[in-house]
Design a protein around this ligand. Structure first.
Ligand code: AMP
Length: 359
């Protein structure tokens, strides 16, 4: 069995690692030099829309997947004509565009914050006059980790419009949330889905700082799984799909966005669950069954951002996993992560606090 991956970042690296001793070969395509996955497998250096290499992948691979959601959906569509592609190009296209994504949430009965499509400055002025609360202007495309978005209360309307690129925008009412949660679900080719427990996510400057699992609330878990099921059915989805939610009033989930891939808030599953999200994704796309997810402890994941810790040995006591993606240090870049596990949630919180002081 050969699996092609478009994108050779840390997500591809961890997908490859999850199947390293099993009977699966990987071929990775990435436009950059020595991406993280090149530590384990040969990576083809090519653009995502290079038809010669897409043809090669299609010929060689039984199935192709992604580690990066912004690969051109037209490339996935091109591959789809020759081999299996999971998730399908249409799902990825929807998740790449905040407007399409939010429209789909609405269509599927998944609650979202008020939003407006913005194509020019007049659209923005009109929308701002309708949103009485604070609002956030976001680019519809290429937005992740808080990139390409401006909080309108901090800026003049014209300035925010220019900062966001002056086209293809969406204005969202700011949600006054208690916390942020994500649901990771792995849907097989038969349409069966296994879910991980809800994860609580803490962001800093729009970038995930640390996550804690499980967020224990049966009602919310059921609600989130139902939203996930409806969206997957609608998109005919295969693989891991992650939905990020805002929690309001302690009982209502407002969907923010979806990721059509394995997700940073699921990295704890490598050490903290019987099947990692990476293994679950690959199992789905190669049509292998997945048993139910089990975890009986509390797991935490702390991202290492911008700089690697100077003294690694200092980090190593009390932790369950240290993952270095082998990337060059750069401001706001995710360079690695640390997993912490404890049977007691308060102890886990203390461990997270301690490790955050070190890194
Ligand atoms: P995003 O790129 O949409 O995931 O946004 C990054 C982070 O910005 C989120 O995780 C939230 O912390 C915050 N954020 C984004 N959209 C909203 C919103 N409509 N209301 C409140 N906070 C938001």
């Amino acid at each position: 069995m050969k699996v092609g991956i478009l994108g050779g970042g840390q997500l591809a690296l961890m997908m490859v690692d999850s199947f390293i001793d099993k009977n699966v070969e990987f071929i990775v395509l990435d436009p950059s030099d020595k991406p993280p996955a090149s530590k384990r497998v040969k990576c083809i250096k090519a653009k995502y829309d290079d038809k010669e290499y897409l043809d090669f992948l299609a010929k060689e691979c039984d199935v192709v997947t992604i580690d990066f959601e912004n690969v051109p959906s037209s490339s996935l569509n091109y591959l789809e004509m020759q081999t299996k592609v999971y998730p399908n190009s249409k799902s990825v296209e929807i998740c790449q565009d905040r407007l399409k994504e939010k429209n789909l949430f609405r269509e599927c009965g998944v609650p979202v914050t008020d939003f407006y499509e913005i194509n020019d400055i007049n659209d923005l002025k009109n929308a701002v006059s309708e949103i009485t609360n604070k609002s956030i202007l976001k680019s519809r495309f290429m937005g992740y980790d808080g990139k390409n978005q401006v909080h309108l209360n901090d800026k003049k309307i014209e300035e925010a419009f220019t900062l966001c690129g002056s086209k293809d925008l969406i204005l969202e009412k700011k949600v006054d949330f208690i916390t942020e949660l994500s649901l990771i679900g792995a849907r097989t080719l038969d349409g069966d889905t296994v879910y991980y427990p809800l994860v609580e996510n803490n962001h800093n400057n729009g970038i995930l700082d640390y996550s804690i699992a499980p967020y224990e609330n049966e009602e919310l878990q059921k609600k989130a799984e139902e939203y996930h099921r409806v969206l997957c059915d609608k998109m005919n989805y295969v693989g891991i799909l992650v939905i990020e939610f805002f929690l309001i009033n302690n009982q209502e989930l407002i969907a923010n966005e979806m990721a059509p891939r394995v997700h940073n808030s699921g990295h704890w599953t490598i050490e903290g669950a019987n099947i990692s999200q990476f293994e679950a994704h690959i199992r789905c796309i190669i049509n292998e069954q997945i048993s139910d997810i089990e975890m009986n402890k509390y797991s935490g994941m702390v991202n290492i951002i911008s700089k690697m810790p100077k003294d690694r040995a200092e980090c190593l006591s009390d932790i369950s996993g240290f993952h270095d993606y082998g990337k060059l240090e750069r401001e706001n870049r995710k360079l690695g992560h640390i997993t912490l596990i404890d049977t007691n949630k308060n102890n886990l919180l203390k461990k997270i606090e301690n490790i955050k002081k070190i890194i």
